[in-house]
Design a protein around this ligand. Structure first.
Ligand SMILES: [Zn+2]
Length: 299
């Protein structure tokens, strides 16, 4: 049951990743994601159903259009695999919990916690889809649209508050649901504000020192979104990972032979992409990383 569910979630993830590819190609052009049907971006020939199968079609055609032979890009297969793997991983965790509860109930609250975890898993599916969308939009177009980040903040806030408040209300030392919901909401709102403020502060300092824009407001909204889902420590960890990764890539670009020196020198790094990668790492292993650090630091 656990294995079956995980495979199902993975396949569903591949399908949603495939749809995301259509969005990533069409949103920047302002085109509809529903019509017309899938076609080659180079020659316009419509794709047959068997050319639309996630990952498999890309591999069979070796990433090229069947009609004109132009390179489709590695992004198609990367996006599909990323959504598929993350959804499968998330499903594996919650299904482990669900199958464990087949054993006679340990706590009267186990069922509530199970429903709560299932709801949270569906929310995580959305989070991963959004984060992958933003990562690739920023990498390809230096664009973090408000109509993705702001709903991401709102839904993340609602999902985190519900998950944590219900979790506390149905724990071994329960508190009234309304009271915990208010407390969690206030704490989370402060975390979101602090995360966005951090980016705004760096942006302000950068402008004072360099007299030009370094960070976009989109990055601040993205940080707020990460805080809404991961909490402040998780968002700060994502930021740290993002900055280290971005720095490593920037250093690599300076060292490697330049293909087109003019473009390389002025190319802005998509900080949002690195923040998204940091966000995924933080969501998967955040607690483990923070615990390991605290142990190492001697707390
Ligand atoms: Zn073509």
């Amino acid at each position: 049951m656990q294995i079956l569910g995980t495979i199902l979630a993975g396949l569903l993830g591949l399908a949603f990743g495939s749809f995301l590819n259509v969005c990533l190609s069409r949103w920047p052009e302002g085109e509809s994601v529903v019509r017309p049907r899938s076609h080659c971006r180079a020659c316009g020939s419509e794709l047959a159903w068997w050319e639309n199968v996630p990952v498999a079609s890309w591999l069979a055609l070796r990433g090229r259009c069947r009609t004109c032979g132009s390179w489709i890009g590695a992004r198609y297969v990367l996006v599909e695999l990323a959504v598929g793997v993350l959804w499968a991983y998330q499903a594996w965790g919650v299904l482990a919990l669900a199958t464990a509860s087949d054993v006679p109930a340990i706590s009267p609250f186990l069922h509530w916690n199970l429903y709560n975890s299932l709801a949270r898993t569906l929310a995580w599916f959305l989070f991963y889809w959004l984060v992958i969308a933003l990562a690739f939009l920023d990498a390809e177009n230096l664009w973090l649209p408000d109509w993705l980040t702001i709903p991401g903040i709102v839904i993340g806030f609602a999902s985190t508050v519900i998950y944590e408040a219900v979790g506390i209300s149905y724990s071994d030392a329960p508190l009234p649901l309304q009271q915990t919901a208010v407390t969690v909401s206030v704490q989370l709102a402060i975390s979101i504000t602090a995360a966005a403020a951090l980016i705004l502060l760096i942006r302000w300092i950068y402008r004072l020192v360099r007299r030009q824009e370094g960070l976009g407001l989109g990055d601040a909204k993205l940080m707020a979104m990460l805080a809404a889902w991961l909490g402040l420590p998780g968002a700060l960890l994502a930021f740290f990972i993002g900055v280290v990764l971005g720095g490593a890539v920037a250093a690599g670009m300076l060292v490697l032979p330049k293909r087109d020196s003019a473009a390389w020198g002025t190319r802005r790094l998509p900080l949002g992409t690195f923040l998204c990668v940091g966000g995924v790492v933080s969501s998967l292993w955040g607690t483990a990383i923070v615990d390991a650090y605290l142990r190492w630091a001697g707390f």
